[in-house]
Design a protein around this ligand. Structure first.
Ligand code: ZN
Length: 135
């Protein structure tokens, strides 16, 4: 049993967007040399999220962002005066990490699944931590 850590850097291009980070996660798992175990992908930011969802139809990503915006509009009655209160709330709703099974040296995803960074207060340079534990 060993633990490995890698950092992914992602430059987001708009205030809200999703970025498919699956290939970077796969690369980190391969580099770890772990054949069987788990992989945790976590964000280091309070206005981003990490999630697992469909990577086939890009409309799924657009629907996710538009409905999160409808749920938590940017201009609302917020006490946090930094102008990004909606982004903090969306980050909590989406979640800050995902845990994935590692089998035969790769993350075990379904056919239509991808790992995504959700950006809610970009554009910025963002960092994800990939922790791989196993043998
Ligand atoms: Zn803030």
């Amino acid at each position: 049993m060993s633990a490995h850590r890698a950092r992914l850097t992602i430059s987001t291009r708009s205030r809200t967007t999703t970025v498919d980070v699956t290939s970077g996660v796969r690369e980190a798992v391969r580099a770890s040399g772990v054949a069987d175990g788990i992989c945790v992908v976590s964000t280091r930011h309070t206005t981003t999220g990490v999630f697992l969802n469909e990577n086939a139809d890009p409309a799924v990503q657009r629907d996710l962002l538009s409905h999160l915006d409808a749920l938590v509009p940017r201009s609302g009655a917020f006490q946090h005066a930094e102008g990004n209160a909606d982004a903090h709330i969306k980050s909590v709703l989406v979640g800050s990490s995902v845990t994935l099974p590692v089998q035969d040296g790769d993350i075990d995803l379904g056919t239509w699944q991808g790992v995504y960074l959700a950006e809610f207060d970009g554009p910025r340079e963002r960092h994800l931590i990939v922790t791989v534990v196993g043998s």
